[in-house]
Design a protein around this ligand. Structure first.
Ligand code: 0WE
Length: 254
């Protein structure tokens, strides 16, 4: 029961294949109490259906690109719980057309949206969470190797993930003195809603399966275990890091 007595907010569950959902389930197995936010009513229906089986889970709408909704969401958490121990940030979005063709053609608006939703949402949630994490806490976000290396079509999402990973370091520095740790987990490619319909995703998976040191695809349960490590007290000495749960893929040159 590594998460017994800990209360956490999970942001970014879309459906049962979501990485956020696998992390949530793992935390519940270890005794955590969870709240889930969703962007809009459509996603809210999925989230409410999925979480119906979790004992006393909270659910509420919070679009992370809307300051008022973030304020209201954390006000609700403050009223219901009065404190927070961990936060799982699993949110990313770039307009579809920015994830195909060349990065050099990215429009100002698509760049703005991708960075706002996928990167700025972390510091904004960390700021709100800080007020509730009176006994310290752990914040994690999800990243991808495209932050550091050029991945065809990942384009502006790579730039957003680079900003996200850098934000993790600045936040870890700001919040460390309060006992709040901030880390990123860089997962290998996984078939989820976020990757469905990406052209060439099949060959990214195939390359990973045949070239990664562990010679297999990363499973949701493996990502969830890595997340659990960072979230629970086992990770108490770790902050400001990007932890790769990718079967070792990131070390390879070819
Ligand atoms: O971070 C991601 C995907 C995030 C994402 C996905 C979409 C698809 C639908 C952000 N915005 C959108 N916008 C949409 O309209 N991944 C790590 C998965 C992913 O996405 C890719 C990848 C991989 C891997 C896109 C191109 C190339 C590789």
């Amino acid at each position: 029961m590594l998460m017994k007595g800990k209360r956490g907010l999970v942001v970014g569950v879309a459906n049962k294949r979501s990485i956020a959902w696998s992390i949530a389930q793992r935390c519940v197995e270890e005794g955590a109490q969870l709240a889930f936010s969703y962007q809009n009513e459509r996603l809210g229906e999925n989230v409410k259906e999925l979480t119906a089986e979790i004992p006393d889970a909270l659910t509420f709408q919070m679009d992370v690109s809307d300051d008022a909704q973030v304020r209201q969401g954390f006000e609700l958490l403050g009223e219901k719980w009065g404190g927070l121990d961990f936060l799982v940030h699993a949110v990313a979005y770039a307009p579809r057309q920015a994830l195909e063709g060349d990065f050099v053609s990215t429009s100002r608006e698509d760049f703005r949206i991708a960075l706002d939703v996928s990167a700025y949402s972390l510091p904004v949630l960390a700021h709100a969470a800080k007020g509730l994490m009176k006994a310290g806490g752990s914040i994690i976000t999800l990243s991808y190797l495209g932050a550091e290396r050029v991945m065809p079509n990942y384009n502006v999402m790579g730039v957003a993930k680079a900003a996200l990973e850098s934000s993790v370091r600045y936040l870890a520095s700001d919040l460390g003195p309060q006992g709040i740790r901030v880390n990123a987990l860089s997962a290998g490619p996984i078939k989820t809603l976020a990757s469905s319909g990406i052209s060439g995703f099949g060959s990214i998976l195939e390359h990973h399966r045949t070239k990664s040191p562990l010679r297999k695809l990363v499973e949701l349960e493996e990502v969830a275990d890595g997340a659990l490590f960072l979230l629970c007290d086992m990770g108490r000495g770790v902050t400001g890091q990007t932890l790769y749960v990718d079967g070792g893929y990131n070390i390879m040159a070819v």
